[in-house]
Ligand binder design. Structure first.
Ligand code: FPP
Ligand code: MG
Length: 262
C-alpha cells in the first residue's frame, strides 16, 4: 500500500517536473520540424527478455510520449520512420505483427479526445501506402479523413517509406506535370522535385532536426533530400522504446544554442 502511494507520488512529481522543463524550453526557439528514426526496438526486446512484438508495442508507447513532448513544445511537424520498404524482408510473423499494430494504433490515435484531436494534429501516412494490406489502408484512409481539418500541427507517419523511392516519384511527378502543362521548358529543376516530395505535398515545413536512436549512425534511406543544409543530425545511444525527455532535452538545448549563435 505504502509502496503504491509512493510510486503514485513519484509519478505525479515526475509529470510536474516534466511540464515545467517543457514550459521553460518552449520559451526559446523550437524546431518547426523534427524527424525520428525509431531504431532499437528488437534489441530493447532482447535485452529485456521480451518478444519482438512487445519491443514494437513499447516503441509505439515511446512514439506517443515523444509526440506529446513535441506538441507541448510547439513543434509544428513531427515525422517518424515507422516502416521502411525494406522491412517487408523481415520474418512474416514480425511484419504481420507490425501491420496489426499499425492498424490498431491508427484507429486509436484519431479517436475523440486522443492526442491528435486534442492538439489539432493532421495525420499523413507517407510512402508506398499501396504496399500495405487492405485493412491497414482502410485504417489510414479513416485516420487521414478524421484529422484532415486539423491545422495546428502535422504528424507524418512514414510507412512503408524509402527516401530514394520518394525522390524517384517526385522526379516522375515533376516531369509529368511539365508534360501535362505543355510548357516549353521541360527541364526538371530542383524546386520542381522539392515541390513533389511527399513531405512537401503533406504541407511539412523544412526539416530542422533528425534524431536516430540506438547508437546506429546511418540515415538508412530516410529523409535524404530533406537532411541537407542546416539540418541538425543527432545520434542517441538509447533504444527507441526507452527514449524520453531526458534524451530529447540536450537535443533541443543544442538546437537553441545554435539558433542563438547564428
Ligand atoms: C526499428 O527497430 C523499428 C521499426 C522497424 C518499427 C518502428 C515502429 C514502431 C516504433 C511502432 C510504430 C507505430 C506504428 C503506428 C506502426 P528495429 O526493429 O530495427 O530494432 P533493432 O534495430 O534493435 O533490430
Ligand atoms: Mg534497426
Amino acid at each position: 500500500m505504502l509502496w503504491r502511494a509512493l510510486s503514485w507520488l513519484k509519478q505525479k512529481l515526475d509529470e510536474r517536473v516534466q511540464k515545467f522543463v517543457i514550459r521553460v524550453l518552449s520559451a526559446g526557439p523550437v524546431p518547426k520540424h523534427v524527424a525520428f528514426v525509431m531504431d532499437g526496438n528488437r534489441r530493447y526486446a532482447r535485452a529485456n527478455h521480451m518478444k519482438v512484438q512487445q519491443g514494437h508495442s513499447d516503441g509505439f508507447v515511446a512514439l506517443r510520449r515523444l509526440l506529446g513532448i513535441c506538441l507541448q513544445l510547439n513543434v509544428r511537424c513531427v515525422s517518424v520512420y515507422a516502416f521502411a520498404i525494406d522491412n517487408f524482408k523481415r520474418p512474416s510473423e514480425e511484419v504481420d505483427a507490425l501491420m496489426a499494430l499499425a492498424e490498431a494504433k491508427l484507429r486509436e490515435l484519431c479517436q475523440h479526445g486522443d492526442l491528435l484531436q486534442q492538439y489539432g494534429v493532421r495525420l499523413n501516412v507517407i510512402g508506398r501506402v499501396d504496399m500495405l494490406p487492405e485493412s491497414v489502408r482502410e485504417a489510414v484512409r479513416v485516420a487521414e479523413d478524421l484529422t484532415r481539418h486539423n491545422d495546428r500541427a502535422i504528424l507524418n507517419l512514414c510507412m512503408p517509406y524509402a527516401s530514394r523511392d520518394e525522390m524517384t516519384r517526385a522526379v516522375q511527378d515533376a516531369a509529368q506535370e511539365k508534360i501535362d502543362l505543355g510548357t516549353r521548358n521541360t527541364m526538371v529543376e530542383e524546386k520542381d522535385i522539392e515541390k513533389h516530395l511527399m513531405t512537401s505535398v503533406a504541407g511539412s515545413p523544412p526539416l530542422d532536426v533528425l534524431v536516430r536512436t540506438s547508437g546506429v549512425q546511418r540515415l538508412s534511406d530516410y529523409m535524404l533530400w530533406q537532411s541537407c543544409e542546416g539540418v541538425q543530425l543527432h545520434f542517441s545511444t538509447t533504444y527507441w522504446p526507452e527514449f524520453g525527455l531526458s534524451d530529447f532535452l540536450p537535443i533541443i538545448l543544442d538546437y537553441q544554442r545554435k539558433q542563438w549563435c547564428l
